[in-house]
Design a protein around this ligand. Structure first.
Ligand code: HPA
Length: 275
């Protein structure tokens, strides 16, 4: 454990990032597995590898580049995280949400979280995009466990409408305009790195989940805690375990997310123009 307080660490990380850029990003975007190409469409990009940023964790998964990319996407100033941190990599929950809290300290108020997930809803298909309306997390750990810094947020905080209704409305309108099918549903968090068992997927369905995945929820909790508004979009890359008889693998996840990448990118780009 470092001697510096969380707030000191956040301020150092944020000051470092700000020293490298001349714009003020308004919107942060976290890119999920295989969805990283959006970052290549940022104009006048400044790329900052995570390893250069004081106190930042460093990502280890194949398909996750591990850098901040700051610049313009269309008319908006954005900060993209190409590569995110997962609990299964060994980070504690509070460490893996550090970048979200850095965003807050930098004055960013809008956050788009994206991910790849397994489709639990039997009426939908692999390759469908889902607007996250709410989430379920049954794992006991929380990114906000431990001492609370009231400068960031309250000790006990509300979790209604974490996924901002106004942003959801914009996402639906833009999807309709672009002719993209956008499902709406509940994302259930599992810690991974193993995929779920078929019994766990049946349980998730009974619990009310439409998709299962290993990210996003810790970040959404931290974002709510420190007051960021969140939009969550999931690319359901595969039918969840047991929905079909096919075994799951990461290659399939990456292949499907690449197939859907173009649709996903045009949707995100038109959404951010209206956020
Ligand atoms: N389960 C959990 N995480 C995932 C899946 C899945 O089926 N697909 C992509 N990420």
């Amino acid at each position: 454990m470092e001697d510096k307080t969380l707030m000191q660490q956040l301020k150092e990380a944020s000051a470092y990032i700000e020293s490298k850029i001349s714009i003020r990003p308004e919107i942060a975007i976290v890119l999920g597995s295989g969805l990283g190409d959006l970052a290549n469409q940022i104009t006048d990009p400044v790329r900052i590898p995570y390893r250069e940023i004081p106190h930042f964790p460093v990502s280890t998964v194949a398909g996750h580049a591990g850098q901040l990319i700051i610049g313009k996407l269309g008319t908006r100033s954005v900060m993209c995280m190409a590569g995110r941190f997962h609990y299964y990599e060994g980070y504690s929950m509070d460490r893996l949400v550090f970048p979200i809290q850095v965003m807050r300290v930098m004055g960013i108020e809008k956050l788009i979280l994206t991910n790849a997930s397994g489709c639990v809803n039997k009426s939908w298909n692999a390759g469908d995009l889902m607007l996250i309306t709410d989430h379920i997390k049954l794992c006991a750990d929380s990114p906000m466990r431990g001492p609370n810094d009231p400068e960031l947020g309250e000790r006990f905080f509300d979790m209604c409408n974490v996924y901002e209704p106004a942003y959801r409305q914009i996402a639906k309108e833009e999807a309709a305009r672009l002719g993209i099918t956008l499902r709406e549903g509940v994302y259930q968090y599992f810690t991974g790195p193993n995929y779920e068992t078929p019994a766990e997927v049946r349980f998730a369905r009974i619990a009310g989940a439409d998709a299962v995945g290993m990210s996003t929820v810790p970040e959404a909790i931290a974002a709510r805690h420190c007051g960021l508004k969140v939009l969550g979009i999931s690319c359901m890359t595969n039918m969840a375990a047991g929905v079909t008889s096919a075994p799951l693998n990461h290659k399939e996840v990456l292949e499907t997310s690449l197939k859907i990448a173009k649709q996903f990118e045009s949707l995100i780009k038109s959404i951010i123009e209206r956020l």
